[in-house]
Design a protein around this ligand. Sequence first.
Ligand code: NDP
Length: 484
Amino acid sequence: MQTIRHFIDGAFVEPASGAFLDVYEPATGTVYAQLPDGDGDDVERAVSAARRAFPGWAATPAAERSRVMLKIADLVEANLEALARAESIDNGKPLALARAVDIPRAVANLRFFATAILHTQSEAHLTDGAALNYTRREPRGVAGCISPWNLPLYLFTWKIAPALATGNTVVAKPSELTPMTAHRLAELCAEAGLPPGVLNVVHGLGPKVGAALVAHPDVPAISFTGGTATGAAIAARAGPQFKKLSLELGGKNPNLVFADADFDTALRTSVRAAFANQGQICLCGSRILVEQPLYDRFVEAFASATRELVVGDPFDEATHQGALVSSQHLEKVRGYVDLARAEGGTVLCGGERPGDLPERCAGGWFLEPTVITGLDAGCRVNREEIFGPVVTIMPFQREPDAVTWANATPYGLAATIWTRDLDRAHRVANQVQAGIVWINCWLLRDLRTPFGGMKNSGVGREGGDEALRFFTEPKNVCVKMRSL
Ligand code: NDP
């Protein structure tokens, strides 16, 4: 049994309460590690350490901060296989996916922000030759970074990398469901020579550790990725203190397939977009809208491709779909399959526990990938985030209907459009309410671009310059040169 500890002030320490929680392996449903049941006392200790470390780290030349962060990235890359295994055990996702996507993208996050900080530009403005205005951007202080369980190391590094690169110190709280990769990263940070207190990791439950971090008066910036309801609670708590908030929240993303699309590519990618990571990616295309007369052909081919997905042991290289992250989450997702039936939908395939799981996975939290038809855009299943391997497909006749239905949810994170008509691609992209629109592709990301959602999908944008700006406070200095 492995025991995780908080990482505070450069050391691995016990929780103040002495209490620990169980960490489960979703593929087996068994406890495989313990993590600290952290609380406000641990957060206090971590924030104090981060405050002490802040002046030194903020004054460290950018080139040196960059060097240490690149060293961390190299160590993550060197430990790719071990980290991928840890992420797969924690989360239930296929090892092959963690190896090919999650950990390499975590490395990319670290390298991107470690080098971006070497190339930032600042502006100066001459005001009619009478004054010179220039803008300083200073790190904010102690940043609070709270990350979810679905892409544990990727989203953890997505937050801490820009915060550290810009000279902030960090208190981070990973999801208590998937703490292992953040714990391993802390070990690698120590090995890379990151000074004590610059990164602190406090483990435990959201309502205890997360809430204490959000409420702490010495944490002026909170970067959060997670569910919309949690985001609302954080905004309510942080608002009266005027904290800087970045909230990356849920999604219910439309995938629009027009009749002129490249059928095979649209089909193959739509299956991946629906079910990657067991549908537990905020960007998954969970509502597919297909133009008539393509609908019947698409549905048949989609259901057939879905039936071929192998659900099984995440460690088996042949597995496409692993386990869902927890028994509670599995029950929530199954509840939506029941709701779909109650709302008049037809479950074309999936919706059950797979029958042929290996012995090791007998107690795991699995669900077959599930395809539902026959629901309209206004029903709950088509409006609420399910965050599991459940996709709905509905037909449309006219482009304006597709746009209306695409926008008929409280969310606005991502959308995908499949068409060969360039005019339509740009026209629809302009009308769809989403922070990112993919045309004839899905999940292609350039780290320089702003990332985030409209409507209930969040507040602010992360990625590239947006992240560097979020973690720095602009101060304009105006120098008089002569009288106007
Ligand atoms: P949650 O909102 O449940 O949790 C996210 C993090 O917040 C966890 O570390 C959680 O801790 C913590 N937390 C929970 N309650 C509080 C609180 N009151 N105060 C402070 N922190 C708290 O989300 P999930 O972990 O379930 O992640 C899935 C959600 O994340 C989905 O809705 C998904 O769409 C969204 N997401 C959004 C992305 C985006 O970029 N827009 C990307 C990826 C996911 P604990 O786990 O201990 O409860």
